[in-house]
Structures are given as structure tokens and as C-alpha cells.
Design a protein around this ligand. Structure first.
Ligand code: NZQ
Ligand code: ZN
Length: 385
């Protein structure tokens, strides 16, 4: 196992009907900006619950944060927060609202001229306004990590940022929130969490025995409950396990001491930026093809994954191949499409566009060994058409 440091200061408040504790988690002198998305929280009652819990505070609101949050929208929240001298932010939403809030928290304290530099120039974020979360959509793990992904509409770019100062102070995680989710978002949640684990597991063997078993545990649980959660989100036992899987998949624990890949995400982000695919849809399109193109590098882990997660038997070569097929079939069985052409007819130039963009950014080799060269990216994307 590789050397590592592990720091995660997020207080998780998990379970049914815990929002009555919300006020206790926020400093008494807080002037709060409550951030949210397009309005789902007003329909499912979460907005009212939060407002009730925050009665004793001065609360301003900033709604309208889009899925794949837009830089152009978030800078408006930054202006508002600066003008109103906000000193605490409460994100009420899914990954997009939480990521958007992380950006707002960082950009308020940013001293440069253009806060997009935090993403495009990878500027280190050293200060941020404190914030907490009320999670409404299990998928991204953003509620317990310190990263985010923001889209700039003007240039059709979707980029990542992160900093140890961007962990939420707390996260309320009530599995009952999934009952109001559209089916598509439940499907997305399973695929996103599954792929997060794969990015940290399907690399090469580093002798991290417990890390492997924990990763396989999350994968197996998602296989066990994924389709059923989508079918019946009111089943609390499954909903709670699903929610915890999503958090555990990307709260930093699984990546400790092991190599990681993340190329499925990096290529997937381009599909979202170009064609508007949901984040998880992009992963289902790219992931299995990336495993196929990289099957020599990933051989040992593919065999382990096939045996332990899918109970496959036979020769190692056959297991590795079948394991990829099982993954793709799993996504399809959840109702998630795995071909780019199922989302857009306009895909012919996608591979060359993405490789040109990666080249311009200096991303010449992705993945655990940086073996995913631009030629391989092209092959993966073309295979995904
Ligand atoms: O905007 P509203 O009206 O709230 O509707 C949202 C949105 O349309 C709706 N929704 C959320 N909770 C709901 C609900 N509808 C009914 N009932 C509820 N309880 O769901 C839609 C999608 O929400 P969104 O937040 O966009 O989804 P998700 O949580 O999947 O977040 C996706 C974003 O997170 C990023 C993605 O790239 C994407 O931008 N990611 C963030 C990561 C991180 N911070 O660590 C890692 C991930 O890999 C991912 O990249
Ligand atoms: Zn993801």
C-alpha cells in the first residue's frame, strides 16, 4: 500500500428527520446564504423544513443553480454574498448545488481578477467562507468531499477544482429525500457512485487489501440494491444503503494508499460540456470502453473484479472480458444508455475535438500510469459512438 494522509473533517448527520438539529450546527452570528437549484426543494417540502429550522437566523436565498452548475450563474451569487456580507452558506440540493456552493465559498475570498482562474489555472484555494449541506440527491459524494466541477457556458468547458478548505462543515443526509427524485436521477446516482469506485479500484494491484475489499463492498452493494432502489425509492432500508454507498464511494477513503485513474470522468466531462449529457450518462458511455482499451494495463484488477464482484469463473482472459461486459450490462439493466449516438446524432467529430482540447491543456497521458495517451482517448471515444 502507498503512503497516505487522510483528512476528512465533515460531520455527517445521517438518517430520517434530523433537520431539527440544523440550527445547532450553524454559528450563532451567521448571516446565511441558502443556495438551491431549480425548485425541486419547494415541491418536496425540503425548502419549508430548512426555512423552519433556520428561523432564528438572517437568511438570504440564491436559487436557480443549474445541473452542471454554471460559472456565469455562480458569480452572481458571489456578488450577492459579498454585498450582503454573508458569513455562512447552506447548500440545499444535489451535487450541482453543493459544488456550486463550494465555488461560491472559494470565489468570495478569491483575490484575483477572474475567479474562473481557480479552475482554468488551477489556482490554489487557501480561504473559503464556511458552508454546510442538506443533501437531496445521493450520487456525487460532494456532501463529504472537498472537490467540485463547474461549467463555463461561454466556452463549453467543464472543469474540476478542490481544496482542503472546501470540505462542508456538516452534511444532513436523509435517505427519504430520494422518494421525490425522478427515475433518471436515481439511475444516475447508481452509475456515478459505481464509477467513482471503479476509478479508485480498477487500476493495478498495490497490495492494499482492505481498500480493495471496501471498494468491492460498495460495488457489490450497488449491484445488489441498484435496480431495486430505482424501482422503489420508498424502501427505506435500500434508500439508506444507497445513500451511504454514494457517500463512501467518494469521501476520500477508498483512494487512500492506492493508485487512481479518473480518466472516465475527465473524458465524460467533455461529453457533458459538448452535448449536455447528465454526468452519470457520460460515465456509462465512456467507462466500459475505457476498460476495454486499457485491458492490458488493468488486466489483474479486471480479473479480481470479475471474480469477486461478478462471481465469474474460467480463464483469466475470459473473466477480464466478461467483467467489462457485466459492467456495461449492469448500466443497461438500470436503464442507462451506453452509446453516445443514443444521445446525439452529431457525434462524428467528438473524438478529434476532445483530443485537441486535451492537447491544448497539456493532458497528454491520463490514468493511473498516464498510459491513456491522446491516441487512446480517441480510440475510447470512437468506440463510444
Ligand atoms: O435543480 P432542482 O430543481 O433542485 O432539481 C435537481 C436537478 O434537476 C433534481 N433534484 C435534486 N434533488 C431532488 C431533485 N428532484 C427531486 N427530488 C429531489 N430530492 O435533480 C437534478 C440533478 O441534480 P444535480 O445536483 O445536478 O445532480 P447530481 O447530484 O448528480 O450532481 C451532478 C453534478 O455533480 C458533479 C457533476 O459533474 C455534475 O456537475 N460531480 C461532482 C463531484 C464531486 N463534487 O465530488 C464528483 C462527481 O464525479 C461529479 O463530477
Ligand atoms: Zn462522478
Amino acid at each position: 500500500m502507498n503512503n497516505f494522509e487522510f483528512y476528512n473533517p465533515v460531520k455527517m448527520i445521517f438518517g430520517k428527520d434530523q433537520l431539527f438539529k440544523l440550527a445547532d450546527e450553524i454559528p450563532n452570528n451567521a448571516k446565511i446564504l441558502m443556495t438551491y437549484g431549480g425548485g425541486s426543494i419547494k415541491k418536496n417540502g425540503i425548502y419549508n423544513q430548512v426555512k423552519k429550522a433556520l428561523q432564528k437566523f438572517e437568511v438570504l436565498e440564491f436559487g436557480g443553480i443549474e445541473a452542471n452548475p454554471h460559472f456565469e450563474t455562480l458569480v452572481k451569487a458571489v456578488d450577492l454574498a459579498k454585498h450582503e456580507k454573508i458569513n455562512f452558506i447552506l447548500a440545499v440540493g444535489g451535487g450541482s448545488v453543493i459544488d456550486g456552493t463550494k465555488f461560491i465559498a472559494a470565489a468570495i475570498s478569491f483575490e484575483g481578477a477572474d475567479s474562473w482562474d481557480i479552475l482554468s489555472k488551477n489556482i490554489k484555494v487557501t480561504k473559503a467562507i464556511p458552508f454546510g449541506c442538506v443533501l437531496t440527491l445521493p450520487a456525487t459524494g460532494s456532501e463529504m468531499n472537498s472537490g467540485g466541477v463547474i461549467t463555463k457556458v461561454a466556452s463549453q468547458e467543464k472543469m474540476v477544482f478542490g481544496s482542503p478548505v472546501l470540505f462542508p462543515k456538516f452534511s444532513f443526509n436523509d435517505p427519504q429525500v430520494i422518494t421525490s427524485l425522478p427515475k433518471r436521477q436515481l439511475q444516475n446516482g447508481v452509475v456515478d457512485a459505481f464509477t467513482h469506485v471503479m476509478e479508485q479500484y480498477l487500476t493495478y494491484n498495490s497490495g492494499a487489501l482492505l481498500q480493495d475489499r471496501m471498494a468491492e463492498g460498495v460495488l457489490q452493494t450497488l449491484v445488489e440494491i441498484g435496480a431495486k432502489v430505482i424501482e422503489n425509492p420508498s424502501d427505506y432500508k435500500r434508500a439508506s444503503n444507497f445513500m451511504w454507498c454514494c457517500t463512501m464511494a467518494l469521501n476520500g477513503l477508498l483512494s487512500k494508499g492506492v493508485p487512481t485513474d479518473w480518466a472516465t470522468h475527465m473524458i465524460g466531462h467533455e461529453l457533458t460540456a459538448l452535448y449536455g449529457l447528465d454526468h452519470a450518462q457520460s460515465l456509462a458511455v465512456i467507462g466500459p470502453n475505457l476498460y476495454t482499451v486499457m485491458k492490458v494495463d488493468k488486466h489483474d484488477k479486471l480479473v479480481q473484479y470479475g471474480k469477486r464482484v461478478w462471481n465469474l469463473t474460467g480463464s483469466d482472459a475470459l473473466i477480464a472480458e466478461k467483467a467489462i461486459e457485466k459492467t456495461s450490462d449492469f448500466f443497461k439493466s438500470l436503464g442507462v444508455k451506453t452509446k453516445l449516438s443514443e444521445y446525439t446524432k452529431d457525434y462524428n467529430e467528438t473524438a478529434s475535438f476532445i483530443t485537441k482540447r486535451f492537447k491544448a491543456r497539456g493532458w497528454l497521458g491520463l490514468g493511473e500510469h498516464q498510459h491513456i495517451t491522446l491516441e487512446k482517448v480517441k480510440e475510447i471515444v470512437e468506440m463510444s459512438y
